[in-house]
Ligand binder design. Sequence first.
Ligand SMILES: C[S@@+](CC[C@H](N)C(=O)[O-])C[C@H]1O[C@@H](n2cnc3c(N)ncnc32)[C@H](O)[C@@H]1O
Length: 212
Amino acid sequence: MARHIFQEAADAPDGRRIAAAALRNAGPLIEALRTRLPAQGRVLEVASGTGQHAVAFAEAFPALDWVPSDIDPGQRGSIEAWRRASGAANFAAPLAIDIAAPWPVETGSAQAVLAVNLLHLIPESALAPLFEGARAALGAGGRAIVYGPFLRAAGYASDGDRDFDAVLRARDPSIGYKSLEAVSGAAASAGFDPVAIDAMPANNLLLTFAAS
Ligand SMILES: C[S@@+](CC[C@H](N)C(=O)[O-])C[C@H]1O[C@@H](n2cnc3c(N)ncnc32)[C@H](O)[C@@H]1O
């Protein structure tokens, strides 16, 4: 399956952006997250993008408080438009979070931190602040969950993954697929233990870590 570097999004008149990729993977993500998210509490989603996932997740997990965020003001406008259209009581207004800068979040205030389709778009040096930010936002036992395409010990999962990573690195040599080893190492250094690696459609993985 062809992968896309950035979200191809269309604007609805009310400001909601629609990205085809987010429509495709919302269902499988919800099913996988059922076994990985806590039963209740606050989930801080970083890099929420258009907000399509956030609204789908908030509606699928009514016992969780869903707090979306993004670095990009345009994406935050779209998240807010999805929030208004949804009216879900557990769907908070989007926060402005750059995962590589200090997070405007109270220490220990979340039970899970989720990052979907972000890690291949950030430099490897941003893995440490991502997991350190997540660890500070979580209490002991809280979960950091990341989803996307990764480089496995055996290499790329497919030729399409190899091609997509090459396209990413041609655009910006500092970004691209992260190895499972690099991700696990950054998570361990920030105080996380590995919990699970779930295989997802289109060669993606859902990695779950628990704060020690
Ligand atoms: C490919 S989109 C994924 C959006 C959404 N999670 C999804 O899967 O539909 C990547 C998102 O990461 C955000 N992003 C990029 N760098 C970031 C950073 N340093 N901190 C927080 N968000 C970032 C972008 O603004 C964009 O919305």
